[in-house]
Design a binder for this molecule. Structure first.
Ligand SMILES: Nc1nc2c([nH]c(=O)n2[C@@H]2O[C@H](COP(=O)(O)OP(=O)(O)OP(=O)(O)O)[C@@H](O)[C@H]2O)c(=O)[nH]1
Length: 138
């Protein structure tokens, strides 16, 4: 396989409030899929751990310090612009109120109602609902 075909690692974080609401952000102008909703995160840099990338992206994009996060699941997706390997983390433990440091919109959602969502992120919503229901003992 050539270098170009290797997937790009992306660290993605789901901030979850005690009531189960999760934070989504809207991709800013100038990026592929501008206007689509996603969970905040970004590409892992060379020689950076995935957790370090997650923490860095949250500080850069939202001014939020993630205190702890657990790795939840991984998803690979091939877009026309990139082949990505997404590493999703869930955090219930962070410091600071999210701020729109890159001019992006963001929204706390229970059952996620914002559209459109990045294609690779869509299946996550159902899994997330299952997790919430399991968590609340229903
Ligand atoms: N943050 C994030 N990225 C996602 C999600 N789902 C998904 O397919 N992606 C993909 O993962 C990649 C993330 O790259 P990015 O462009 O946001 O990363 P970045 O902020 O480091 O970009 P940069 O190159 O402009 O610095 C994109 O190809 C994006 O389409 C998601 O839920 N959250």
């Amino acid at each position: 396989m050539s270098e170009a075909k290797r997937p790009i690692d992306v660290a993605v974080g789901i901030l979850m409030r005690p009531n189960g609401d999760v934070l989504l952000g809207q991709r800013p102008e100038g990026k592929p899929y501008a206007g689509y909703w996603e969970f905040p995160g970004g590409k892992v840099e060379p020689d950076e751990s995935i957790l370090a990338a997650l923490k860095r992206e949250f500080v850069e994009e939202l001014g939020v310090e993630i205190e702890s996060a657990e790795e939840w699941c991984g998803v690979e997706h091939v877009y026309p612009h990139a082949h990505v390997r997404l590493h999703f983390f869930i955090s219930r433990d962070w410091r600071g109120e999210p701020q729109s440091l890159e001019g992006q919109a963001f929204a706390w959602q229970g059952s996620v109602g914002v559209t459109p969502l990045l294609p690779a992120t869509i299946p996550l919503l159902e899994w997330l609902d299952q997790l919430r229901y399991a968590g609340s003992g229903r």
